[in-house]
Design a protein around this ligand. Structure first.
Ligand code: DCP
Ligand code: MG
Ligand code: MG
Length: 628
């Protein structure tokens, strides 16, 4: 069985691809910065943003006074009595600011490879802009170079000194002499550094937000190297990137990182890698602190494990639930190799999903109330994310009046419409005969076609939401839970899925609501929604082609009570906070990319029950398992 023993692997040194130049941006103290942009007088005051009982972020003035992210509000106040606290439960303004900044950065991109992660990170693949400008350089006069930002208008751009890198470098001492072994890559990285610097300045002067940037050859390295100098600064990972003996800058850089800090290495994988090095599980931190583990295992330590390689890692990390090829992927990451592409910019998500979790939800009347709240949020999100201003409103109004559909307010139009409505619940399992209870709560769901009336712009959201609950969600709910009582739900999720791009068809279907409905019927014809827990839509090729690829989801804040009070407030050991309730202390709205693990460094799945939560909650969560 173990071919490794018969053919021990040699430790292979992987060659790092150097074709791309990627910039990673991370806005400084983002939520605080959004509040400051609105009220500039707060800039000089210590400012903390509160969600539940926690400081989700604070400005750098507050950080100078010892405050930090994910600190308890109580502690922050004790440490800094004059801290200004602003409630940040409502994410609308942060979401809007995030979209605006993203759109601004994206407007500079030539290839639209511009990807947002969470609210405050953006990657830009600037390979094309850099390579174009490399050709324009005059090697005899690098100091007065011009960076062209437009291929069609050579006057648009900025002047810069190409003999120097902009901002900081890793390592601090670098060789910038014009010839040397890594000359070409170095020049391209220097160009990237000046572009990053220019974009950061424009962002600060025009959008009032400072940010931190990292410049390298892939998503992983650009993100990690940006962290070296924070805030309001930038760092370029300098060559050499490849060497025979490991004496290159990427190796020394990546080797000093704790394995759990590598984006793409999830919580569970990190546990396994630590155990591999230590030959036993690593110890958890005792406090509710950011950082997860007491015992740090560095990337370099893992790479030194004898016989480590893609196959060995596949055996250790592969198996149930792990994506195929995880061994090769993780082995690459340990070398700083990440071949994931920066996602192409897109205007609409493929799904909008909202959920709440509950200590106890066990009556139909409460369910109706919650479904109504979720429906209203869902509709508001659909309006915010799927509607755009219709410049041809008048023309559109004319076509609508001669259609059978009632006249719509034609100032906005749908860019895309979701074909499917999905309802998901997570029932608490009944106690086992011996009185114990199972820890893993599975989600179950039912789906049906999205009713057309949700797309009307004539009625207000509240009216549509009521109809959506009565005519679509309650019927789905009855299919999920045919009994009138006897269940207790810990979570309800309502989602609009299977997005069809309205503008993908020539003639802009989105402009004309009646045509759009006709088109929707056509699309739905080739689309069978099955009534199983796992909805596997069968799509016509045409429908498939207009499906988008990225997904995002939103989790709304949940129980307003402090988690520590929940047990007393709501009684019974059964009502111990469920993992997702803990997680909601600081859940954040985020964009999911297809690469789940790359998605968000703050969200991890529990090894034991699979519950997803931010890293800082893992310690408490693990203790909850061991206590119960
Ligand atoms: N956030 C949150 N819950 C978390 C982590 C973050 O709500 N568990 C929010 C608040 C932050 C934003 O996401 O403002 C971005 O997160 P960052 O970790 O990038 O933190 P900041 O941008 O606030 O600070 P920094 O300057 O360290 O990047
Ligand atoms: Mg940030
Ligand atoms: Mg961030």
């Amino acid at each position: 069985m173990d071919s490794r023993q018969r053919h021990p692997q040699r430790r292979k040194r992987l060659k790092r691809p150097l074709d791309s130049i990627i910039i990673h941006f991370d806005y400084d103290a983002f939520y605080a910065s959004v509040i400051e942009a609105e009220t500039p007088s707060l800039r000089t005051r210590p400012l903390a943003i509160q969600q539940k009982q926690i400081v989700v972020t604070c400005n750098y003035e507050a950080r100078r006074r010892g405050l930090y992210k994910l600190q308890l509000i109580k502690e922050a106040k004790k440490l800094c009595p004059d801290v200004v606290i602003v409630l940040g439960e409502d994410l609308t303004q942060f979401r809007n600011a995030s979209k605006e900044l993203y759109a601004f950065l994206r407007s500079f991109s030539w290839n639209s490879r511009c990807e947002r992660l969470g609210f405050d990170e953006v990657w830009m693949d600037v390979t094309d802009m850099v390579n174009y400008n490399l050709e324009l350089l005059n090697p005899t006069d690098l100091t007065s170079s011009f960076f062209c930002l437009s291929k069609s208008d050579p006057s648009i751009g900025f002047t810069f000194d190409a003999s120097k890198v902009a901002g900081q470098t890793y390592p601090v001492q670098v060789d910038t002499s014009p010839d040397g072994p890594s000359n070409l890559l170095r020049m391209r990285l220097i160009l990237g550094s000046h572009l990053a610097h220019y974009l950061r300045e424009r962002l600060a002067s025009e959008k009032d937000h400072t940010c931190t940037a990292g410049i390298s050859t892939n998503k992983l390295l650009s993100k990690l190297v940006g962290n070296v100098h924070k805030p309001n600064d930038q760092t370029t990972l300098f060559p050499p990137y490849n060497s025979e003996d490991g004496q290159d800058n990427v190796t020394s850089f990546i080797d000093s990182h704790e394995v759990g800090k590598i984006p793409g290495i999830g919580f569970k994988t990190a546990l396994n890698l630590r155990a591999l090095v230590l030959q036993r599980p690593a110890k958890f931190d005792q406090g509710l602190v950011y950082g997860g583990t007491k015992e740090k295992v560095l990337v370099g330590d893992v790479r030194k494990v004898p016989d480590i390689g893609p196959e060995a890692l596949e055996q250790i990390l592969g198996g149930t639930g792990a994506p195929h090829g995880i061994g090769a992927k993780v082995y690459g990451l340990l070398f700083g190799i990440d071949d994931s592409e920066v996602g192409q910019a897109r205007d609409v998500p493929t799904q909008i999903s909202l959920e709440d979790s509950y200590i106890r939800l066990d009556t139909i009347s409460e369910v109706k109330k919650e479904l109504l709240l979720l429906s209203k949020s869902l509709l508001r999100r659909m309006h915010a994310d799927l509607l755009e201003e219709d410049e041809d409103a008048l023309a559109s109004a004319r076509t609508i009046t001669d259609s059978a559909e009632p006249t719509e307010t034609p100032t906005k139009r749908w860019m895309a419409f979701p074909k499917t409505l999905r309802l998901t619940t997570r029932p608490r399992p009944p106690k086992n005969p011996d009185g114990s209870h199972n820890r893993s709560f599975a989600r179950i769901s039912r789906s049906g076609p999205m009713p057309n009336f949700v797309f009307t712009l004539k009625d207000d959201v509240d009216t549509i939401a009521e109809r959506l609950v009565a005519e679509a969600l309650l019927p789905l709910f009855r299919r999920l839970h045919p009994e009138r009582s006897g269940w207790n739900l810990s979570l309800v999720n309502v989602a609009a899925t299977n997005m069809v791009d309205a503008a993908s068809e020539k003639g802009g279907v989105g402009r004309d609501i009646s045509k759009m409905f006709k088109r929707q019927d056509q699309v739905l014809k080739g689309f069978k929604v099955t009534d199983s827990d796992d909805v596997v839509p069968v799509m016509s090729r045409a429908a498939y082609e207009v499906m988008n690829t990225a997904v995002y989801s939103d989790q709304t804040g949940v129980v307003d009570t402090n988690v520590h009070d929940l047990k007393n407030a709501r009684g019974g050991s059964e009502d111990l906070p469920t993992p997702s309730q803990e997680a909601t202390i600081a859940t954040q709205d985020h964009w999911e990319s297809e690469d789940e693990e790359m998605l968000d460094e703050d969200r991890y799945a529990c090894d034991e029950c699979g519950a997803v939560m931010p890293l800082f909650a893992m310690g408490a969560h693990a203790r909850w398992h061991s206590d119960s």
